[in-house]
Design a protein around this ligand. Structure first.
Ligand code: FES
Length: 202
């Protein structure tokens, strides 16, 4: 009687030699509790950073102040309708905290806070100048320092004349008075968020 053929047995070492790909596959090692907690902590930190950075970017991508509130832009209307004439007294805009003043046909927007200690000064028709009730600082119609404890002339805001959403004239970096365009149908815009310090005296 013929002997039954037995299947050949291959030892694990022999098998690995025969199939290199199998030998290269690493055995999976379970994470320790410490490793798991480290990965979880890193993932949480990454999430917080992404959300925080994204939130800050979103927040700062919008203007901080709305149009028509102090710190934002005030669109006042057609220059011919809203500007004081050269001999008119300055016009106070309480919401925007500025005085519009016409000096020889050019316009300035003066921040209405005294540069000494922050009181609200006022226009005095009799003397034809701005006077602060707190400590007596006085300024000319264009905000230039005359006398008193104030360290400088009044601060100014940036103004623009705008036609069809395009600026046609803008206050320069020194805050010089802005000449009124011949076409007074342009719109006057005051940017109360852009304040230019007055010049020091003495
Ligand atoms: S706060 Fe105006 S003079 Fe002092």
């Amino acid at each position: 009687m013929a002997a039954e053929a037995k299947p050949a047995t291959v030892s694990p070492a022999k098998s690995a030699e025969t199939h290199p790909a199998a030998a290269a596959t690493p055995a999976s090692v379970p994470l320790t509790r410490r490793e798991f907690l480290n990965y979880a902590w890193l993932a949480s930190l990454g999430f917080v950073l992404v959300v925080g950075f994204g939130g800050a970017t979103y927040f700062f991508s919008f203007p901080r102040f709305k149009a028509g509130e102090f710190g934002g832009v005030f669109a006042l209307g057609k220059a011919g309708d809203v500007l004081p004439k050269p001999d008119d007294p300055p016009i106070h805009n309480q919401e925007g905290k500025f005085w519009l003043t016409n000096v020889n046909g050019a316009i300035i927007a003066l921040y209405d806070v005294c540069v000494h200690l922050g009181c609200l000064y006022d226009w005095q028709t009799v003397s034809g100048r701005f006077e602060c009730p707190c400590h007596g600082s006085k300024y000319t119609k264009d905000g230039t320092y005359i006398e008193g404890p104030a360290p400088r002339s009044l601060d100014r805001m940036v103004i623009q004349f705008v036609a069809g959403n395009q600026p046609v004239a803008t206050t320069d970096a020194k805050g010089d008075a802005l000449a009124i365009p011949s076409d007074t149908s342009v719109e006057l815009v005051v940017n109360t968020g852009k304040i230019i310090e007055g010049a020091p005296h003495g």
